[in-house]
Design a protein around this ligand. Structure first.
Ligand SMILES: Nc1nc2c(ncn2[C@@H]2O[C@H](COP(=O)(O)OP(=O)(O)O)[C@@H](O)[C@H]2O)c(=O)[nH]1
Ligand SMILES: [Mg+2]
Length: 382
C-alpha cells in the first residue's frame, strides 16, 4: 500500500487550507499543523507518531533499505504480534497442546488439527488442503515432530496469503484527485478506517478530504465530522437524508478548487428498507465517473474479521454490485478468528490492502503476507 504514498510526488510549495501539503517530507515530524498535532495528543503516542511519519520517509528509501528490519519496524511488528495473539493462540497453542504426550501422528490427531483450523476460521477448503498436505507428509514418514508440523503449516499458510498478491500497486492519477470509495455493512469499521487512512495520507503530505455520503443515519455524518476535526481534514457533508450522490458531487467541486490529492468517500452500510443499498452504491459510482472519468480509483470494502466466514460472502455480494478493488479487514485484534485472512486470500482474487489491528490511529496496517504469517506463528511473547 505504500505505493499509494509513493506514486504521487509530494508538492513542496502547494498551498491548502490547512497549510499541510506544503510541508517538505523532512519537516513532517516537527512541522505539524495545530489541529493535527492536537489530534495526535489524543490519539497517537510518540512512538506511533514516528511510525506514521516513516511512511513518508520511506518514499525516499531504496527497496533494500525499506525491507531491512529496524528498531522502528521491530516495534511495529511487536504490536502486530501482540494484537494477533488471540488468533495465534487459537492456532499455535492448540496445535502444541495437540501434540503434547503424543508420539505418533494418527488419523485422530489429524481430525483434531482439522477442527482447530476450522475454528480459527481458515475455512473448509483451505483447511482441507492444509490437512491433506500434512497427511501426505505423514504417509511418507516425513513428519512426526510438532515443530515440523508447525513449520509446514506456516509455509502453507504464507503461500495462501500470497495467493491474492497483486503486483499492480494502485497508481494515484498524475492529474486530479485520487478517489477512494469505502463500502461495507454497518459497524464493520468503515468510518474509523477512513480516519486512519486519511491520517496516513496526511502524514505522507497529501491533501485529503472526507465525504460524508452515509447520509442515512444522523450519527454517521457527525461521526465523520468529528474524525475530520480530530485529524485536521476537511469533511464535505450535507444534512442527514440528503442524496449521497449529491454530497459526492459537492465534494468533487470542492476538490477541483482546492487542489485536493485524495478524496475518501464514506458510504452507508444499510438503507431504509425501500432503498436498495447496492443500487445506491452503483449510482454513487456513476455520478463519480461523470465528474472524474476514472473515479473511483479504488473501491475499498471494509470487512469485520470477527464475522468469520460471513466476511467472504459479504465480499462476493459487494463485488457483484460495485467491483471491489481492495479489502480492509478490521478488528483482527479482537478475534481468534483471524484465520479468515488466510481464507479470503485463497478464495478471493481481491487484494487485502489493509488490516485493522486495534483502535489506535496507527493500527491500520498495510497488509504484508510474510509479516502476517510470521506474526501468526511467532513464538513465546505477548
Ligand atoms: N478493536 C478494533 N475495533 C475497531 C477496528 N476498526 C474499527 N473498530 C471499531 O468498530 C466500531 C464500528 O466502527 P465504525 O467505523 O463506526 O463502523 P462503520 O459503521 O462501518 O462506519 C467502532 O467502535 C470502532 O472503534 C479495529 O481494527 N479494531
Ligand atoms: Mg460509519
Amino acid at each position: 500500500m505504500l505505493g499509494w504514498f509513493k506514486k504521487k510526488p509530494k508538492k513542496n510549495v502547494q498551498e491548502d487550507s490547512a497549510g499541510r501539503s506544503e510541508l517538505a517530507r523532512e519537516d513532517i515530524e516537527d512541522d505539524k499543523s495545530e489541529s493535527a498535532a492536537q489530534a495526535e495528543d489524543v490519539l497517537i503516542s510518540e512512538e506511533e507518531n514516528k511510525s506514521v511519519a516513516s511512511i513518508a520517509v520511506r518514499e525516499h528509501a531504496p527497496e533494500t533499505a525499506r525491507s531491512k528490519p529496524s528498531e522502528k519496524n521491530g516495534g511495529l511488528f511487536s504490536r502486530l504480534k501482540e494484537q494477533l495473539a488471540k488468533t495465534r493462540n487459537s492456532i499455535v497453542s492448540r496445535v502444541d497442546a495437540l501434540f503434547l504426550g503424543k508420539k505418533v501422528i494418527d488419523p485422530e490427531l489429524l481430525d483434531e488439527l482439522e477442527e482447530i483450523l476450522i475454528t480459527a476460521d481458515l475455512g473448509v477448503g483451505t483447511t482441507h488442503e492444509l490437512v491433506e498436505s500434512v497427511r501426505a507428509k505423514v504417509d511418507r514418514k516425513e513428519l512426526s515432530d510438532p515443530q515440523v508440523l508447525k513449520r509446514i503449516l506456516k509455509e502453507k499458510i504464507a503461500g495462501f496469503l500470497h495467493s491474492s498478491d497483486q503486483k499492480a500497486e494502485l497508481v494515484m492519477p498524475a492529474k486530479g484527485p485520487f478517489v477512494i470509495m469505502v463500502v461495507g455493512v454497518n459497524g464493520v469499521g468503515k468510518t474509523t478506517t477512513i480516519a486512519k487512512l486519511a491520517n496516513k495520507f496526511l502524514k505522507a503530505g497529501q491533501n485529503v478530504i472526507l465525504v460524508a455520503a452515509d447520509t442515512f443515519r444522523a450519527a454517521a455524518v457527525q461521526q465523520l465530522q468529528i474524525w475530520g476535526e480530530r485529524i485536521g481534514v476537511h469533511v464535505v457533508a450535507q444534512k442527514t437524508g440528503a442524496d449521497p450522490s449529491s454530497v459526492v458531487f459537492d465534494a468533487f467541486d470542492y476538490a477541483e478548487n482546492k487542489n485536493v490529492d485524495v478524496i475518501i468517500v464514506d458510504t452507508a452500510g444499510r438503507l431504509h428498507t425501500k432503498v436498495n443499498l447496492m443500487e445506491e452504491l452503483k449510482k454513487i459510482k456513476r455520478v463519480m465517473a461523470k465528474k472524474i472519468p476514472d473515479a473511483p480509483h479504488e473501491v475499498l470494502l471494509v470487512i469485520d474479521a470477527t464475522t468469520g466466514q460471513n466476511a467472504v460472502s459479504q465480499a462476493r455480494l459487494f463485488s457483484e454490485a460495485v467491483d471491489i478493488t481492495g479489502l480492509a479487514l478490521t478488528k483482527l485484534d479482537g478475534t481468534a478468528k483471524g484465520g479468515i485472512v488466510v481464507n479470503i486470500c485463497r478464495e478471493l482474487t481481491i487484494p487485502i490492502r489493509f488490516i485493522g489491528i486495534g483502535e489506535q490511529m496507527d493500527d491500520l496496517r498495510d497488509f504484508n503476507a510474510d509479516e502476517f504469517a510470521e506474526a501468526l506463528f511467532a513464538e513465546g511473547e505477548s
